[in-house]
Design a protein around this ligand. Structure first.
Ligand code: MN
Ligand code: MN
Length: 457
């Protein structure tokens, strides 16, 4: 079988396209980690999942078949469908990250320069900075006032909303700029977002800046000092769209890694009374090293599993350690999809292609696999068997030619519990660009792979 398209016909092909409509809605409205968590929780509640915090607060029991979710700092979410077997026998875990590259508004962002007011940003994750200019951008995020009041911001997505953006130098005056290397054509400190140009009357100093400060107060109840306790992300404005004349692909912001997050979440949402406990873990901060309270290095997941086991009568540290050690995980993150415009970065026998199904990466890393989680072949053999039994098309790949670069994922962090972990995911073109591309065939096939894994691993 060459591609997912070849084997997906008739009603199943309709299902493939329908599934992708749900995904397009999800990423179009989930452009921050917090928005991803909120949407995932909404979908989970519709399927009867209960908030673990409520279950614990009300001293309710937890038993096999229960569907639970736990939220951490509004930036991570873990979904559980409790299995028939004790949790200390291990869980089947799907993991993905929900942070994506973007520009974060600084704590002191606003300034005026010759009648234009701008906001200073600090880019988040690895980006080619020159890709992020001359585009309509939206502002998404939260602002917390001193009294704890939370203001949710989403400007630039609704029809009729204004957008903002970063200018690029006109080509007519770019002869010096175009001599620079790609890394220097647009520099990080120059990613300044233009937000206004009308002066405030009777204002001597920085009248346009003053007008924007006034507008923020009047329209959004945000004082300038409130930027100190805010997280505002500048992201590409607009919805995900069908890509290709045959509508076979999706162009959207944040496929990395929300495409794996959504498909993993949809897989667990349809689990019912599994043998082993099913888990879907969606985490923040992967793009910057998985650190911090909402990154994969945080104890959140371990603590959450401990709480559930304790409530089920499997108490104690040893049971928790056994549950983690006996678990198996698909650590899903996007793969570099073959790009006909740049064939030289790949070694063709070990390359991921759009449309050829979920991609398993035995290892990632760089410079001689450094930093990788090298999945055990025993585990890969199990996955081969399951995928074959469930007629799921999969491919295997490396992240490009040796010594072309490389990258890491959250896989090794979970593997530290001594569980079996493999990198898996969906091939993407334009990874980390404002607009990334995936194949609808891979989105659907990854979802099928996740369901197969949760049921059979
Ligand atoms: Mn990723
Ligand atoms: Mn990434």
């Amino acid at each position: 079988m060459k591609t997912v398209w070849d084997k997906t016909e008739g009603a199943q092909r309709d299902e493939l396209f329908a599934f992708n409509e749900g995904y397009k809605d999800f990423i179009s409205s989930s452009k921050t980690e917090r928005e991803c968590v909120a949407q995932t929780v909404r979908l989970a509640r519709e399927q009867g999942f209960r908030d673990l915090a409520d279950v614990l607060a009300q001293h309710q029991p937890i038993q096999a078949g229960d569907k639970l979710y736990a939220v951490n700092k509004d930036k991570d979410v873990a979904l559980f469908v409790i299995g028939q077997r004790p949790m200390s026998e291990g869980m089947n875990i799907l993991g993905a990250h929900i942070d994506s590259p973007r520009l974060d508004v600084k704590q002191h962002p606003l300034y005026e320069d010759h009648g234009l007011t701008l906001m200073d940003t600090h880019y988040y994750g690895g980006i080619k900075k020159y890709q992020w200019v001359a585009l309509p951008m939206a502002l998404h995020g939260v602002v917390f006032k001193k009294d704890g009041t939370r203001i949710d911001l989403c400007i630039g997505e609704k029809e009729g909303d204004p957008v903002v953006g970063i200018s690029d130098l006109l080509v007519h005056l770019a002869s010096d700029q175009l001599q620079k290397t790609g890394a220097k054509v647009v520099e990080g400190e120059d990613l300044n977002v233009l937000v206004g140009s009308i002066p405030c009357p009777n204002e001597e100093k920085d009248p346009v800046r003053a007008a924007i400060v006034k507008l923020l107060k009047e329209q959004y109840n945000i004082e300038e000092e409130d930027f100190l306790s805010a997280e505002i992300e500048v992201v590409p404005a607009g919805k995900a769209r069908d890509y290709g004349l045959d509508r076979s692909m999706i162009i959207g912001y944040g496929h990395d890694d929300r495409v794996c997050a959504y498909t993993s979440a949809m897989a667990i949402l349809q689990m019912d009374k599994p043998e082993r406990t099913s888990v879907c873990l969606l985490v923040d901060k992967e793009e910057v090293g998985s650190n911090g309270a909402s990154g994969m290095h945080s104890r959140f997941f371990e603590n959450t599993v401990a709480e559930i086991m304790d409530r089920m009568g499997e108490t104690g540290d040893l049971n928790l350690r056994r549950a983690l050690q006996r678990s198996q995980m698909l650590s899903s993150d996007v793969s570099a999809g073959y790009d006909p415009n740049y064939p030289s970065v790949n070694e063709m026998k070990n390359t991921a292609f759009l449309g050829k199904g979920i991609c398993f990466n035995k290892y990632t890393g760089s410079r001689g696999k450094s930093g990788c989680n090298d999945a055990n072949p025993e585990f890969i053999a199990l996955l081969r068997r399951i995928m074959e039994e469930e007629n799921v098309l999969f491919q295997t790949a490396e992240l490009g030619r040796i010594d072309q670069g490389g990258g890491g994922t959250i896989a090794y962090i979970l593997a530290n519990y001594n569980m079996e972990v493999i990198d898996a995911g969906i091939a993407v073109q334009n990874m980390h660009a404002p607009w990334e591309v995936v194949s609808k065939a891979d989105v659907y096939e990854a979802y099928r792979a996740y369901v197969a894994f949760l049921k059979k691993a």
